[in-house]
Design a protein around this ligand. Structure first.
Ligand SMILES: *[C@@H]1O[C@H](CO)[C@@H](O)[C@H](O)[C@H]1NC(C)=O
Ligand SMILES: *[C@@H]1O[C@H](CO)[C@@H](O)[C@H](O)[C@H]1NC(C)=O
Ligand SMILES: *[C@@H]1O[C@H](CO)[C@@H](O)[C@H](O)[C@H]1NC(C)=O
Length: 258
């Protein structure tokens, strides 16, 4: 039942995005199938989230902000084109869903003066907590990889909850880094970060599981410690080759049996 809901909602949400690519300022390009590069797409998604790319610096003035919007456009285009040319239908839909929030939020930031000011104001904070923020992302990737390796029987019907759990833990972790660094981060900056991450991830969360409560206090652990440690060992190599939350998210949703 839940699987059906996932697929239906993905289709509803994704269809309009796929149908209207022209609204992106177009320097369209065509990716030959021979150039499909999963690592490159994965690294582009990592760049699009603010924290976990080593070369990514938040724009702190009008000029670097414009550059940020240009680069963002290019990265978004690549991932969309990668999804269109290189992926099967379902992974393509999951990717589009993930990209939907990112593209929409970035477009807001790049077109609205007030939001632009907020981001420039928060740049110092974003750059200061980058290293810690990147740990929040590693943790989220690790959790997703662990979920992916859990026995199917153990997560059918719970996938939704698990995905939400990881997302909220990520958001909470990032906001916490800001509130714990008051020398560089004002409460408005923390608020902006929360807004940004919610915008980037909200679509995935709300489409996969509508009406899920935001609170996850009652379930603060994914698994028993022993089982968790076993799975952590199993994913060490994979951790090393995974740059963003996109690949494990696709694998998790793709592995649910029909
Ligand atoms: C794929 O992309 C990665 C990262 O950009 C790059 O290092 C690698 O050389 C690319 N692989 C191919 C076959 O082009
Ligand atoms: C961003 O792109 C526009 C149009 O492609 C170009 O005119 C502008 O110079 C670029 N800005 C930067 C900072 O790269
Ligand atoms: C990848 O794994 C090796 C050992 O297996 C480790 O030395 C290296 O630091 C890892 N690289 C990253 C980026 O985590």
């Amino acid at each position: 039942m839940m699987i059906i809901v996932i697929i239906i909602t993905i289709t509803i949400i994704v269809a309009p995005i796929m149908a209207a690519p022209k609204s992106i300022p177009s320097q369209n390009f065509d990716l030959p199938i021979s150039k499909c590069n999963k690592t490159h797409a994965d690294q582009n998604v990592r760049w699009l989230y603010f924290f976990d790319d080593p070369d990514r610096i938040a724009p702190d003035n009008a000029k670097s902000f414009e550059q940020f919007c240009n680069q963002t456009n290019q990265k978004e285009l690549y991932v969309k084109e990668y999804a269109r040319r290189c992926l099967a239908k379902f992974p393509r839909q999951v990717t589009s869903l993930l990209m939907f929030g990112i593209i929409r939020k970035n477009r807001q930031f790049c077109s609205k003066t007030k939001l632009r000011k907020e981001m420039i104001h928060a740049a110092h904070c974003l750059n200061t907590i980058k290293r810690k923020g990147s740990k929040c992302f590693s943790r989220a990737i690790q959790d997703f990889l662990i979920i992916k390796h859990m026995a199917i029987s153990g997560r059918v019907g719970k996938t939704c909850w698990y995905v939400i759990f990881v997302y909220y833990a990520l958001e909470e972790c990032l906001v916490q880094q800001a509130t714990e660094t008051p020398q560089s981060c004002s409460s408005e900056d923390a608020q902006m970060i929360e807004n940004l991450i919610e915008g980037y991830t909200g679509q995935v969360v709300s489409s996969i599981c509508q009406n899920y409560p935001k609170s996850h206090d009652s379930c603060s652990k994914l698994l028993q410690k022993k089982e968790m440690n076993k799975l952590k060992k199993l994913i060490i190599n994979e951790m090393n080759k995974t740059y963003s939350i996109l690949p494990p998210l696709i694998d998790i949703l793709d592995s649910i049996p029909p």
